[in-house]
Design a protein around this ligand. Structure first.
Ligand code: AVI
Length: 332
């Protein structure tokens, strides 16, 4: 396999990330033009997302953190409830990022003297390298097997790995999928699990629509930079000639469906060429919008329905006092 190395950390890359150029050609052929939010996370995008998580408007990260701080012991117990004492556990986390919240659960697992291996999976090799380096400092006794890969590769890892598993899918990452993709993905996640295994999924809940919208339209403009970074990435990696000042970040929340969507809006009529696609030209009308991200918000009954549709049951729901966010333990 490919090896990425950075200081003393080297990570196996399970497969090359699917081609960015193909994705752009395909996405710009759609109506409306549409790109996958998974491409936000190059090194600069991962850093911007870390800044977003610390913004005053962006409540999900600190709310989930507060749930783990207040109820971490109970969450960790619920994750191990199906396994017999002493049985080694693999804690597989999809989209681990900087692992800030997860470290609370990992410390709790270590304190409960569980024998376990942490398998963080992330699309961003740079974010994962930082996570592994920080774990070596902070939790040196913890066996860690990082995987720089997309979620689908994580499913293969899950299927191939024997023994008890706890799968973490935190931060409302699930909201970045369309509803049918949410169900299909949960179903695929459940398939390699046994009745003893547990899945912990973080869901951002419906709330004051203005608070939700503000979380994606912060006053400092970090989220705008994060969205625009996608175009910057195309310029650097694909030799595209996007003029960043000709684009505007536009977030839009629909309280009737819980769909928080982000767009990049063209401020004028313009043509963009992409060298990696043989200089192919793409026309954008004035105020035409490219869809770049979904961040769905959920109700508790929607979560129960989603679990059921994916062939899983809700074992326990952990929430903050205000009911802003839910961490839900699921089992087959
Ligand atoms: C990673 N994901 C759950 C974040 C979200 O809230 O959808 C990404 C994000 N996009 C803009 N702000 C944060």
């Amino acid at each position: 396999p490919l090896q990425l190395s950075h200081s003393d950390v080297s990570l196996p890359l399970s497969a090359p990330l699917s081609s960015l150029a193909d994705h752009v050609a395909h996405g710009f052929a759609q109506t409306p033009k549409s790109l996958s939010s998974k491409y936000f996370y190059d090194a600069a995008g991962s850093r911007l997302f870390q800044q977003i998580m610390a913004l005053p408007e962006y409540y999900p990260t600190r709310t989930e953190l507060s749930i783990f701080q207040a109820q971490g012991a109970a969450i960790v117990q619920a994750l191990q409830a199906g396994t017999s004492a002493g049985q080694p556990l693999a804690v597989v986390e999809l989209g681990a990022g900087d692992g800030l919240k997860t470290k609370i659960l990992l410390r709790e697992l270590l304190a409960q003297s569980a024998a376990f291996t942490y398998v963080p999976v992330d699309i961003s090799p740079s974010a994962l390298e930082e996570l592994v380096a920080s774990l070596r400092e902070e939790l040196p006794a913890l066996p860690t097997e990082p995987l720089a890969a997309e979620y689908t590769a994580a499913l293969t890892t899950l299927a191939q790995r024997p023994g008890a598993k706890a799968v973490l899918f935190l931060g409302s990452n699930i909201g970045n999928f369309e509803p049918d993709e949410q169900r299909n993905f949960l179903q695929a996640l459940a398939a390699p699990l046994t009745a003893a295994d547990r899945l912990l999924v973080g869901f951002d809940l419906r709330k004051d629509p203005r608070r939700i919208r503000a979380a994606y339209d912060d006053a400092q403009g970090v989220t705008a930079e994060f969205n625009l970074n996608l175009l910057r990435r195309f310029n650097t990696e694909l030799g595209a000639d996007f003029q960043l000042e000709a684009w505007q970040h536009y977030p839009d929340y629909d309280p009737s469906t819980g769909a928080m969507r982000s767009w990049l809006v063209s401020r004028r009529a313009q043509t963009v060429r992409v060298a990696a696609l043989g200089g192919q030209a793409f026309d954008f009308a004035a105020w035409e919008a490219i869809h770049t991200e979904n961040s769905f918000k959920f109700t508790l009954s929607q979560i129960a329905e989603l679990a059921k549709a994916a062939g899983m049951r809700v074992v326990e729901v952990f929430q903050d006092e205000a009911g802003d966010f839910a961490d839900v333990v699921l089992a087959r």
